[in-house]
Design a protein around this ligand. Structure first.
Ligand code: BDP
Length: 674
């Protein structure tokens, strides 16, 4: 048994970089003294699948069509203006060989800084991490072991292979201790391992560090003592890590300290840090994820707070904006800040870890979500002002362009908890490199790299590649359907955000943290009225979107209840009532996941046993939990709609009380009705 297993087993640790049977190849033009070129050369030698005994040439050239990090592949020659370009070109050439694309290419990255944000705490846990503990921090134990270095190197290599060139090593809810001597020493050790792979390190900082660490009486950004403290701290960091990237800051958000504690503004706070970093070419990534409980509509707040400051930030500040106005929901419209801040660079923030999309329990391929965002037209500078183009420098001249993804990496053997969560890490990197890439291409590449046998043939394509690709491409819409269709959002069970909790509103909880605030269900109907008659969030969008979203007849149905409060009998485009249509969506989402189980069972002959059974097990759970979503939502909202469940919808398998008293993550009873 164990022999069979080991002959046909894959623990997932190699990600999309599984070893291949390389053919002999000679690499010329590589600078033997450079650590980065040594890596590029080694990769080509270990993974070459082209002609036997071919010669691959690395050329550093002057070429105005090739930007920093970009490259040209012509036959077996890779030319670039920098060593990092050669490295990325090498990975691209190898990927092309493996996926069967032998065409020449010239490729430049969409964003200069392509960064992963780790929400890793210094005690080793990871906020919203579902794949084990932190690869970077071990609860104050800052000794660096060989095993640490090995993991960091594997991590760096995986990132470099998809073009990621930056990483924030700790949680945005940052501890001041990240800047103490012990943690900075560890930063130095991590940076040393990541550097040859072209990856710069950054840190999240706690705005009150001068108090917590520096023992100053306050952290007022206009206090000269505070300014001095930061300058000295920054100097200390650069002494250890001369190519340090800069700071990520979550300020005056969800209880974090910030300049507003001293009646100063985001500009005061960000510029003070920017000035300290400037002499070293460091940057500040200042988050726009701000909202407070007193406002009527959380969706409007980032725009309201940041628009007045446009043009006032230093040129080494970038405002980091989540893809949607609320919070990484399965579906939201894009943030109205994209394209609206015209004199301030914005970097989109995506969530690779699946906080609101089934953790690492559910198969949900996020590339389609991100593609939807990139392709959304903001109309800010006329037609074709897509989110991609207003953030990547195509429309606004920007010194820095950047994009961030909240990482799903942990110490689990397969890095991401779910085999298919690896696809989200991969997709994020590929889209950060090229924001015009479509999800289908990325899924195709990833499946080939991750699962194809060396002798993949037509049979493999029709038996494995095609059905698995289809499943991945449908998976996000399926998740939207069984959880929050038609523009519903944030109706999660409290705190862990795994299953449904549309009823969740414990006394004393901030209203804007409770689902009833978002769904607004009552006897008359459901949905959040953000039209001009409601909170007027629609007016934060540029025309024609403002009018389009304001009018229920022209609002895309996928955003319907995000912008409108509608009666249960509202007639949908297909003639169904809103209530019936909602039920249909919940139901079809569940049916689709059941179908994913069938797809996966059918591909069994093509997958190693280990990965096959792990995914099979996860899909079982996903089906159970999708049903939990559907049943709980139908039964809960039915109390308001007072309408029957349509005939064609499968009946709930438990009563409402069961769903309200069972925790959807642990499936254990909860003491109180949540
Ligand atoms: C929310 C998460 C919380 C994060 C916060 C953020 O639930 O854990 O700290 O976003 O992005 O979605 O700051």
């Amino acid at each position: 048994m164990s022999l069979v297993l080991s002959a046909n087993a894959d623990d997932g640790h190699n990600l999309w970089l599984r070893p291949v049977k390389a053919k002999p190849v000679k690499v010329i033009g590589a600078n033997a003294k450079s650590a980065m070129m040594t890596i590029a050369k080694k990769e080509v030698e270990q993974r070459w699948l082209g002609d036997e005994n071919a010669t691959v040439e690395f050329r550093i050239v002057k070429d105005p069509t090739v930007k920093a990090d970009g490259f040209k592949i012509t036959g077996n020659a890779i030319s670039a203006t920098s060593e990092s370009g050669i490295l990325y070109g090498a990975y691209e050439l190898l990927r092309r060989q493996q996926t069967g694309d032998l065409s020449n290419v010239i490729s430049n990255p969409s964003y200069k800084i392509r960064i992963l944000n780790h929400w890793d705490n210094l005690n080793g846990s990871i906020e919203r991490g579902y794949a084990g503990n932190s690869i970077f921090w071990r609860n104050g134990d800052n000794t660096v072991t060989d095993k640490d270095k090995q993991i960091w190197e594997e991590y760096a290599r995986a990132n470099a292979s998809i073009g990621i060139n930056a990483t924030v090593l700790n949680n945005v809810n940052a501890s001041a201790l990240i800047l103490d001597a012990g943690h900075l020493d560890r930063l130095k050790a991590i940076a040393a391992v990541l550097r040859p792979y072209g990856i710069k390190t950054y840190l999240s900082i706690n705005f009150a560090s001068p108090i917590g660490l520096g023992k100053l009486p306050n952290a007022d950004p206009l206090n000269p003592e505070v300014v001095k403290w930061w300058k000295e701290k920054v100097a200390e960091i650069y002494k250890l890590v001369p190519d340090f990237g800069g700071f990520l800051v979550k300020a005056n958000s969800e209880g974090q300290p910030g300049p507003q504690d001293y009646k100063r503004t985001h500009v005061d706070g960000a510029n003070m840090l920017a000035d300290a970093l400037k002499p070293y070419n460091g940057i500040v990534m200042w988050r726009a994820f701000v909202y407070n409980a007193s406002e009527k509509d959380r969706a409007k707040q980032a725009y309201l707070e940041f628009m007045p400051f446009d043009g006032q930030f230093r040129d080494n500040v970038i405002i980091q904006v989540k893809n949607g106005p609320i919070d990484f929901q399965p579906r939201e419209p894009f943030s109205p800040l994209f394209g609206a801040l015209k004199k301030t660079p914005i970097m989109p923030e995506l969530q690779v870890t699946q906080e609101y999309l089934g953790h690492s329990e559910q198969l949900v391929f996020l590339a389609t979500l991100w593609e939807e965002m990139f392709k959304s037209d903001t109309y800010q500078e006329g037609k074709n002002s897509t989110v991609a183009r207003v953030t990547d420098g195509s429309i606004f001249p920007q010194k820095y362009t950047a994009i961030a993804g909240v990482s799903n990496v942990g110490l689990d053997t397969n890095w991401n908890g779910h085999e298919f969560a690896q696809a989200n890490w991969y997709a994020y990197g590929r889209m950060a490199w090229n924001n015009q890439l479509d999800s289908k291409t990325i899924a195709d590449e990833w499946i080939k790299l991750t699962f194809a046998p060396a002798d993949a043939d037509k049979d493999w394509k029709s038996g494995f590649l095609d059905p698995v690709k289809k499943m991945m491409l449908e998976s996000r819409e399926a998740a939207v359907d069984y959880s929050m269709p038609l523009g519903l959002h944030h109706i999660f069970a409290g705190s862990h955000h795994y299953g449904p909790g549309p009823w969740w509103a414990p006394p004393g909880t901030r209203k804007d943290w409770t689902p009833p605030y978002y769904h607004q269900a009552d006897a008359n109907g459901i949905g959040f009225d953000r039209t001009k008659k409601g909170t007027d969030a629609v007016s934060q969008y540029h025309e024609p979107l403002a009018s389009q979203f304001n009018d229920v007849a022209t609002t895309p149905e996928m955003y319907l209840l995000y912008f409108h409060h509608l009666s249960w009998d509202y007639k949908m485009k297909d003639g169904k009532t809103l209530w019936d249509d909602l039920c249909s969506h919940w139901d079809s989402g569940v049916k689709q996941v059941r179908q994913f189980q069938v797809v996966w069972d059918k591909v069994e002959p093509y997958v190693d046993v280990q990965r096959f059974s792990r995914v099979q097990e996860k899909l079982r759970r996903q089906t159970r939990d999708a049903q939990f979503w559907k049943d709980a939502c139908i039964l809960y909202f039915q109390q308001f709609s007072k309408r029957p469940i349509p005939d064609y919808v499968e009946r709930p398998i438990n009563n409402l009380n069961y769903y309200m008293t069972t925790d959807p993550l642990s499936m254990k009873p909860v003491q109180q009705r949540r």
